[in-house]
Design a protein around this ligand. Structure first.
Ligand code: IFM
Length: 453
């Protein structure tokens, strides 16, 4: 049968992971402690008290993992670099063994014809920096520049795709306001400061990367959800607007030179987050944050429907599908491909990035291997198929989507949920470190080969 959904010739089909979620070797070869090491070693923070001490043992098994990528025919691999491997205490002395690990990984990828796509910060901050205030203090941005300089000097000749930070909003809100991610703080005043410093770190890093890796593409990675009011009532609409403002506009607007969104400054003030106004924003910061970039990476997982249960609210007019695995993943996230088309179109037409990558998209389903050792993860395959088609629709409407990274290459440590949530297209037995290509991976392989489906 002929392909129905065909992608451009050079489309970058990939898969993504993150250092803390897969590497293990948390204290090996000079690596410093990270905030996630500290957080997971604190009893009661993570489901089953799981931690990333060993995780997928990728630090040791990286060659085997490149073998898997090769088998799948991946064109690109998105991974992150653990800052505390490079600068164990956040700044100061560089740990050559840490650099060597990523250098070997990059060479291995290039040998396998796989484009390395590196993220500088996917949440594992050196604990020493956290002890000095972490992202809530400005000095962490200087340390980030130092780290960026060290790693891009070492890899900038070979890595030509750099993302600065992953999902800044998740770091700021889950880590500093809600306390469910490292460092586990619950202080909204600190969280808005953290958000600003994460943005500033991004802006400061861009020229450093350009200097050390001259012909590379540079961007950042933002998470985006399809936030919809359940009715036309003001309450539902406000709720959806604020949710989008918090998780997306608060970050995208400054990156694209618009400054902080006024409605959200008002919102944060009303919550008591800004007792001294925006005193943490110094002259010139907003210009730094708006440094021109080559792409934006979007992580999309689903729709959030806003229904404010108030007696005088409008009748609710929109309802999600029933909670069957077809429509809901095991994270209790709605499977809503149209939201991906909408998000891509919105970001492109509203912010005009030069290029977009879907830097993460995928689903958690825990389907285990059957007695023959096959993992029949039909819901994941269906999730991916419908989302690939949704991305393709956006491209037909003119969105310059250049690549797609499935989250995740393999099952891994899912933060506060531990190992219970499995996003991988490759099954991992965490006792034996055996890897098995799930059916979704086998299907993805055919998509990559045919450049469509
Ligand atoms: O596992 C995470 C990833 O680290 C960041 N984006 C969302 C994924 C699924 O929760």
């Amino acid at each position: 049968m002929a392909n129905k959904t065909v992608f451009p010739k050079d489309f970058l089909w990939g898969a993504a992971t993150a250092s803390y979620q897969i590497e293990g070797a948390w204290d090996k070869h000079g690596k410093g402690e990270s905030t996630w090491d500290r957080f997971t070693h604190t009893p009661g923070k993570i489901k089953n008290n799981d931690n990333g001490d060993v995780a997928n043992d990728h630090y040791r098994l990286w060659k085997k993992d490149i073998g898997l990528m090769k088998k799948l025919g991946l064109k690109a691999y998105r991974f992150s670099i653990a800052w505390p491997r490079i600068l164990p205490t956040g700044s100061g002395k560089v740990n050559q063994k840490g650099i060597d690990f990523y250098s070997r990984l990059v060479d291995g990828l290039l040998d396998a014809n796989i484009t390395p796509f590196a993220t500088l910060f996917h949440w594992d901050l050196p604990q020493t920096l956290e002890d000095e205030g972490g992202w809530a203090v400005r000095s962490t941005t200087d340390a980030f520049v130092e780290y960026t300089d060290a790693i891009t000097r070492a890899l900038g000749d070979r890595v030509k795709h750099w993302a600065t930070l992953n999902e800044l909003s998740v770091v700021a809100w889950l880590g500093y306001e809600m306390g469910v991610h490292a460092p586990g703080l619950k202080d909204i005043k600190l969280s808005v400061r953290a958000a600003h410093h994460l943005l500033l770190a991004h802006g400061l890093a861009v020229p450093v990367i350009r200097r050390n890796s001259p012909d590379a593409e540079v961007g950042t990675v933002l998470n985006i959800g399809w936030k919809v009011p359940a009715s036309k009532s003001t309450m539902d609409m406000d709720s959806a607007r604020i949710d989008d403002g918090r998780w997306f506009r608060w970050f995208a607007d400054p990156v694209y030179g618009r400054g902080y969104p006024a409605d959200m400054v008002e919102h944060f003030s009303s919550l008591g987050a800004l007792p001294n106004g925006m005193d943490f924003v110094q002259e010139g910061d907003m210009k730094v944050i708006a440094a021109p970039t080559d792409f934006v990476g979007l992580n999309y997982y689903g729709r959030n429907l806003h229904r404010v249960d108030a007696p005088d609210n409008d009748p609710q007019i929109d309802f999600p599908f029933p909670k069957t695995p077809e429509h809901w993943t095991e994270m209790d996230w709605e499977n809503y491909p149209d939201g991906l088309t909408g998000s891509l179109a919105r970001v492109y037409f509203d912010y005009q990035p030069r290029k977009i990558y879907i830097t993460e998209n995928g689903a958690s389903y825990s389907t285990p291997p059957d007695e023959k050792g096959n993992v029949l993860d039909v819901h994941r395959t269906n999730y991916l198929k419908t989302h690939f088609a949704a991305a393709h629709r956006a491209m037909q409407a003119g969105v310059p989507l250049a690549g797609y990274f499935v989250w995740s290459l393999m099952d891994n440590f899912e933060w506060s949920f531990g190992y219970g949530q499995r996003f991988g297209i490759v099954w991992v037995n965490f006792e034996t470190q055996e890897r098995i290509l799930k059916d979704s991976a086998k299907w993805y392989k055919t998509v990559i080969k045919k450049n469509g489906f």
